[in-house]
Design a protein around this ligand. Structure first.
Ligand code: NAP
Length: 317
């Protein structure tokens, strides 16, 4: 009889973390330990998530990525630490400082594998300074590689939900407009959060993913193809506006950085620049290994979605 693999999910009450937990709960050889910040939370949605986790047999442990002893306790007896955290807090930034605390605790506790909160494009193609979000992932990713622990980096391109949401500043469905920079002809990858969660559960139990960037995509398309998909599925024409060349976009980003001095203000533009340059494009997509997962194409997503509420987008706490 083989013993079960214990997976600690950090960020289990979040949009991605909870979806990964539902998918992992279907894997019979996995035992889930879920780290939550406050088991007695008054947030009804989070309460329901915790109850559902308990109902699925998950062990609930309280902890916080800025509380080192809580991380040491949570990591004890764990095989794989899977992070799905997000947020900026007064105590520091969760993605870098928080995950480095978690990585250190995992190492001290003898954890075998660490899966950081990536769920992104291939940030190893980026240079520090390209994009605040990717800078954070690069910093953590390098530390994970140097830690001596096994790792898996989950790469799904952008979340389909986020790409069409106001956060990205491309589509404005109320106004019936779409704006982008460049020629709109560069391919990029989009995957829904549910599909990313299902593939992540596969990555956890599939030894082929150890020490790799695990790349999956629900769809691969260009900006012009995404606009055409929307118009075709919804039967509505959008007013399309090209805002300028990619050099114009670079200038816009530098000017805005100097003027606004809030790093997050340029992140959507930095993401658009990365996508339009093909930086971060996934080149080793392994969907075919998991034929039982039928990922949602952009057309299928648009056909079943009316609300573009930014699901899965980073939020401050
Ligand atoms: N590729 C894309 O297009 C894309 C788009 C959006 C997000 N993402 C990425 O997806 C990942 C997950 O994002 P999400 O939208 O699921 O985030 P989310 O819904 O905001 O969830 C964040 C989770 O982190 C937990 N958390 C926050 N601070 C913590 C702390 N100090 N200690 C312990 N746990 C803490 C939260 O716990 P509480 O419930 O207690 O607050 C929550 O469970 C992130 O890496 C994000 O950058 C990718």
């Amino acid at each position: 009889m083989t013993s079960k693999m214990t997976v600690l999910i950090v960020g289990s009450t979040g949009h991605m973390g909870s979806r990964i937990a539902w998918a992992l709960a279907e894997k019979k050889d996995v035992k889930i330990r879920a780290l939550v910040r406050n088991r007695q939370t008054e947030d009804v949605k989070k309460q329901q998530t915790i109850q559902r986790l308990e109902g699925l047999g998950a062990e609930i442990v309280e902890g916080d990525v800025f509380d080192i002893p809580s991380l040491e306790r949570a990591c004890t007896g764990v095989d794989t630490v899977l992070s799905a955290i997000s947020g900026f807090q007064s105590r520091g930034d969760v993605i870098v400082t928080g995950q480095l605390n978690l990585l250190n605790a995992a190492k001290q506790a003898g954890v075998t594998r660490f899966i950081p909160a990536d769920y992104s494009a291939d940030y190893f193609q980026m240079q520090l300074g390209d994009n605040l979000v990717w800078d954070q992932r690069l910093t953590v990713g390098q530390a994970v590689k140097e830690s001596g622990l096994d790792y898996t980096f989950i790469m799904n391109g952008g979340f389909t939900e986020s790409f069409f949401a106001p956060f990205f500043q491309i589509f404005n469905f109320e106004a019936g407009t779409v704006e982008y920079w460049g020629d709109g002809d560069t391919k990029f990858d989009l995957t829904t959060t549910d599909d990313t969660a299902k593939y992540t559960a596969e990555a956890v139990v599939d030894p082929r993913t150890i020490n790799t960037s695990f790349q999956v995509a629900g769809d691969v398309m260009t900006m012009k193809e995404a606009i055409a998909a929307y118009e075709e599925v919804k039967g509505k024409k959008l007013t399309v506006h090209c805002k300028g060349s990619l050099d114009d976009l670079k200038t816009w980003i530098e000017n805005t950085k100097a003027r606004v001095r809030v790093p997050w203000a340029v992140v959507p533009a930095q993401c658009q620049l990365g996508m339009a340059l093909g930086k971060g494009k996934l080149h080793n997509i392994v969907n075919d290994r998991y034929p039982h997962i039928k990922p949602t194409s952009v057309r299928e997503y648009l056909a079943t979605t009316n609300a573009f509420d930014g699901g899965g987008v980073n939020k401050d706490d």
